[in-house]
Every structure is written in C-alpha cells, then in structure tokens.
Design a protein around this ligand. Structure first.
Ligand SMILES: *Cc1c(COP(=O)(O)O)cnc(C)c1O
Length: 419
C-alpha cells in the first residue's frame, strides 16, 4: 500500500484500504487480530524510546509502530483509527469501547469545575445524562438550544452559558436522535469563533455524527473541531459490537488517546478487527438501507394511521432546515421517526403486532429495528424536555436495514391494522 495514493482515493476505496499495510503482518492480505495484552521490547534502549515517544511525543520511536500494553494502544486500534480518520476526512482519530466512552473522554479532557457547556436538543439519552446529571456534580453548568438553524436562539443560549462560566464545549447532535432535527454546523462554528475573539476562550465545537455516519456527513469539512461517532451504529453495522470514535486535528485527538489510557476505555483487539472489517462495507450497506428507508418513509407518509413523520428527505423546500440539510448532508440516512395516530396505547398495540421489524434500541444495523423513544432510549429524559425535543408518546423511531423493502412494508401494513 502506498500512503501517497490516499490523497486521491475516494471514501469507498479508503473504507476498504486505509489503515492496513500487509507488509506489517507477513503480507497477510487481510489484517490479523493481535490477541495480546502486552508487547515485548526489542531492547532496553528501545523500551525507553517507546515510552518517550508515547508520553512525550519525542525521540526515535515517534511514528513507528511500537506498542507497550494493549490498554495504551495496539495494532488493531491503529488500523481502525487510521481508517476512521480517512473516512471522516480528518487528520487523526481515537477509538474507544463505546460512543459514550468517547463522549465522556471529550468532556473530561476539556471541562473543569466552573466551566459551562452548550448542547443541542433533542440529544441522545446518554449524552443528556452526562451533561445534565453527572457533570453538574463536578461544578459544570449547561445551557441548551432546540432550534439549531436559528442564529439568534443559538447565540442567546451561548450568552446564557457564558453568564454561568467559561464556555468550553458546544456539543451538537445533527441530525438529532430520534427526530432528525438539524443544526447548522458551520453557523455554530462561526458563533464559537466569535466567542473566542470576544472572551479569549474559543469553545470547541463537537458534532455527534452518529445518525448519519461518515458516509453521509463529514462535520470536519464543515469546520467542526471534533467529530464524534458511535461506531456501534452504522460503521459496526451488524448490531454485534460496541465502539465509539472521535476525529479531528492530531493536536486535539492525542490528549484524548492519553486520557483513554487512564480511563481504560480503549477498544479491544477483537472488536477493533470486527469494526475494521465492517467499515469496508459501510457504503454498500448504507446505500441499500437508505433506498429502503425512502420507500418505507413514502409508504408511511401517506398512511391514514400515521400522524406525522420526520424523514430528512421530506424537509420542505424553502425552509432554513432544508437549506442546511442540502448544504450539510450527502443524503437522508435510514433512521427516522414517525408518530402513529393516538398515543402510547396505539403505539404499543402496533409494536406488539410487528413480526419482521425487531423491537430493540440501537440503529444502523443490517436488520430493521424499531423503538418507542419515550419509554426506552429517552426514558430518563424529563417529559417536558422530551416534548421540547419533539418526542411524544406516539413517536416511534425506526432504523431501516438491508432486507427486501417489500417485506418491511408488508409487516408495517399488517401491524398498522392493529391501531
Ligand atoms: C448510540 C448513540 C450514542 C452512544 O453510543 P454507544 O456506542 O451506544 O455508547 C451517542 N450518540 C448517539 C446519537 C447515539 O445514537
């Protein structure tokens, strides 16, 4: 593999080739799994040099593949990080054992008592717990906005946060889980820059890219400082592993890798290998899932038992959301939500009649999953906050998979009869 070619390869090619050099492993065409917890040093001198390179970033071992102990880093992690960075169009990436481990590391790396955070709502339940329940106990305050395409409302939220303490992070989930609410990433970056000029502290803009994943949205190209992704979802793609990643400039990513060593939240060798393999097919899987999702969304939109749908492809022309979507997203993805006519009782009757669609949390797998956010993924969020984010008792979130679309629609049709 010539590293030089990377500059011209397209994402589909990088997904298959980036990050692995057969010469590093007996010319094995595919990457081996390095099932080891520790690495033997070639000499006492090399041991010292490897530690110098790891902790100080200096000396002869910098840029060489030397490893120490699997919690600090291992070959599978190097490969998957290079591949993720290539897909995200970023200089570097760090991979963790879950999306939440990634969010937690970003928060712990950048927030100190007295600081404040701004985030968009709706936001993933785990991220909500981190910023509204755990971090306040460490003296970190937060402010939230719901209309991420409205400059005045984001600026007002930023001002509210600044009155509570130095603003260090702006965390944006776009599109948001489960309503597909859109945040104008470039606009938020501009607001962060203005805060930096005015206060001397430039907040970092972190985008949670989980709902679309690297094949459909590249936040780094839109100016985000860090792109966070739950790799459990589209990149893992088969609902059989957990992982999370963050990409950005090496200077921002390197401290997160060091912190991961302390937190012990590295991705293990076997999961790293599975993820590396899954990433090869992410574009194929996502394209098929998106084609299915469009057909399913069109079916649901016209169904009398469906009260509303928040599929990104249906954003009305001429709205600010549509303009941002067209600028920022390559496609509409395959996860969206819809509401049945009625409330919890009707939603439950519908769910219990489904035979092909699986009732389970998570998204981005090869199989179609459906969930009831108010009582599952967003259970721990207060009802008024759920409502502010557009989640009602009749809302259902679906992550469309790669099955035959006619089978999916037939199952939905028979279950909607139960309402
Ligand atoms: C799933 C998810 C996470 C958390 O990722 P895990 O891998 O489950 O820890 C974060 N953000 C969003 C938007 C998610 O959907």
């Amino acid at each position: 593999m010539s590293e030089d070619a990377h500059g011209t390869w397209r994402p589909e090619t990088l997904a298959v080739r980036a990050g692995y050099d057969p010469a590093s492993a007996s010319n094995a065409a595919k990457p081996p799994i390095y099932m080891t917890s520790t690495f033997a040093y070639a000499s006492a001198r090399q041991a010292k040099d490897i530690h110098e390179a790891y902790f100080d970033g200096t000396g002869p071992e910098v840029g060489r593949p030397g490893h120490i102990y699997t919690r600090l880093g291992h070959p599978g992690l190097d490969m998957v990080e290079q591949r993720l960075a290539a897909l995200d169009g970023a200089e570097a990436a760090a991979v963790f054992n879950s999306g939440m481990a990634t969010h937690s590391a970003i928060a712990l790396a950048h927030l100190r008592p007295g600081d404040s955070v701004v985030f968009s709502r709706p936001i993933y339940g785990g991220t909500n717990g981190l910023y509204t329940m755990m971090l306040p106990e460490f003296g970190i305050s937060h402010a939230e906005f719901t209309d991420g395409c409205d400059r005045a409302s984001v600026e007002a939220t930023v001002e509210a946060a600044l009155t509570k303490g130095p603003l260090k992070l702006i965390v944006v989930e776009s599109p948001a889980n489960p309503t597909a609410a859109i945040v104008d990433i470039a606009m938020v970056v501009g607001i962060a820059e203005a805060v930096g000029v005015r206060t001397g502290t430039r907040p970092l803009v972190v985008v949670d890219n989980t709902l679309l994943g690297p094949s459909m949205q590249r936040p780094i190209e839109l100016g985000a400082d860090l792109c966070m992704t739950s790799l459990t979802k589209y990149c893992g793609g088969h609902s059989d592993l957990m992982a999370g990643g963050v990409s950005g400039r090496e200077a921002l990513v390197a401290p997160l890798r060091l912190l991961r060593t302390t937190l012990g939240s590295h991705l293990d060798p076997y999961s790293a290998w599975l993820l590396l393999r899954s990433m090869e097919t992410v574009h194929l899987r996502v394209e098929r899932a998106m084609a299915n999702a469009l057909a399913v969304a069109e079916y649901l939109r016209d169904h009398p038992k469906v009260a509303g749908i928040t599929y990104l492809g249906f954003l009305a022309e001429g709205t600010p959301q549509r303009a941002v979507y067209d600028r920022q997203c390559k496609a509409a993805g395959s996860t969206f939500s819809f509401a049945v006519v009625g409330g919890e009782a009707e939603a439950f009757r519908f769910l219990d009649r489904l035979r092909l669609l699986r009732f389970a949390v998570s998204l981005g797998g090869s199989e179609t999953l459906i969930t009831h956010p108010a009582t599952t993924t967003h259970y721990a969020i207060r009802p008024e906050e759920r409502a502010a984010g557009g989640i009602t008792d009749a809302t259902l979130r679906v992550s469309i998979g790669i099955e035959h679309v006619d089978d999916l629609i037939a199952d939905l049709a028979q279950a909607l009869e139960a309402i």
